[in-house]
Ligand binder design. Structure first.
Ligand code: AP5
Ligand code: MG
Length: 182
C-alpha cells in the first residue's frame, strides 16, 4: 500500500469521507487544509479570522497560509500521510514538491475522485456547511476548474495519477480507492 498520498477532486467528491476511512484503517495522517482552516476559524485565531471571510466566498486562502499549516504537521512522525484539499493550485504544488524533496518524502500516488456536477451540488446542499449554499458551491466549482484542475495534467505527466469514479455509494468508492493504491 502506498503511504504518501494526495486526493484531488471537486468540492463534494468525497475526498474527506474517503480520506477518513483510509487513514483510520491504515494509520495515516489525514491532512485536510479545509478542516485545519475551519479549526482555526472555530478557535477565533488571527489566522482563522483572516481565512473565514475568504472561505465563505469560496475563494482560496493565501498559499503561504496553507503551506505553513501543512509543513509543520508533515514533519511529525507517522505511518504515512494523505493530503486532502492541498495542493489547490500549481504554485502550492511547486512549493510542496520543494518541501517534500527536502525531507526526502516524495508523493507516491495522486488519486483523482471524479463526480458529476449535479450530484456534488445535491450532496453539499444536504450537508449544509457554512460555505454550502448553491451560489458559493458553484463558485467553488469554478475555482476548482480554473486553479485546481490543471494539477490533473501536471500529476498525470509525472505518471503518478490514478482516477476513480466517486458517484457511487461510499463503500464501493472506498474499495475502488484501495484497489488503486496497492
Ligand atoms: P475544503 O474543506 O477542502 O472543501 P472543498 O474542496 O470544497 O470540498 P469538500 O470538503 O466540500 O468536499 P469533499 O470532497 O471533502 O467531500 P466530503 O467527503 O466532505 O475547502 C474549503 C475552503 O477552504 C476552500 O473553499 C478554501 O477557501 C479553503 N481552502 C482549503 N484548502 C485550501 C488550500 N489548499 N488553499 C487555499 N484555500 C484552501 O463529502 C461531501 C458530502 O457528501 C458529505 O456530506 C458526505 O457525507 C457526502 N458523501 C461523500 N461521499 C458520498 C457518497 N459516496 N455517496 C453519498 N454521499 C457522499
Ligand atoms: Mg473536504
Amino acid at each position: 500500500m502506498k503511504n504518501r498520498l494526495l486526493f484531488l477532486g471537486p468540492p463534494g467528491a468525497g475526498k474527506g469521507t474517503q480520506a477518513s476511512i483510509l487513514c483510520e484503517e491504515f494509520g495515516f495522517l489525514h491532512l485536510s487544509t479545509g478542516d485545519l482552516l475551519r479549526e482555526e476559524v472555530q478557535a477565533g485565531s488571527s489566522l482563522g479570522k483572516e481565512a473565514a471571510e475568504i472561505m465563505n466566498k469560496g475563494e482560496l486562502v493565501s498559499d503561504q497560509l496553507v503551506l505553513s499549516i501543512v509543513q509543520k504537521r508533515l514533519l511529525n512522525q507517522h505511518k504515512g500521510w494523505l493530503l486532502d484539499g492541498f495542493p489547490r493550485n500549481l504554485s502550492q504544488s511547486k512549493a510542496l514538491k520543494k518541501f517534500l524533496d527536502e525531507i526526502n518524502q516524495p508523493i507516491q500516488t495522486v488519486l483523482l475522485i471524479e463526480i458529476n456536477d449535479e450530484i456534488l451540488v445535491e450532496r453539499l446542499l444536504s450537508r449544509g456547511r457554512e460555505d454550502d449554499n448553491e451560489e458559493v458551491i458553484r463558485h467553488r466549482l469554478q475555482v476548482y476548474r480554473d486553479k485546481t484542475a490543471p494539477l490533473i495534467d501536471h500529476y498525470g505527466d509525472l505518471g503518478i495519477l490514478k482516477i476513480v469514479q466517486g458517484d457511487d455509494e461510499v463503500k464501493l468508492v472506498s474499495s475502488r480507492i484501495k484497489s488503486a493504491l496497492v
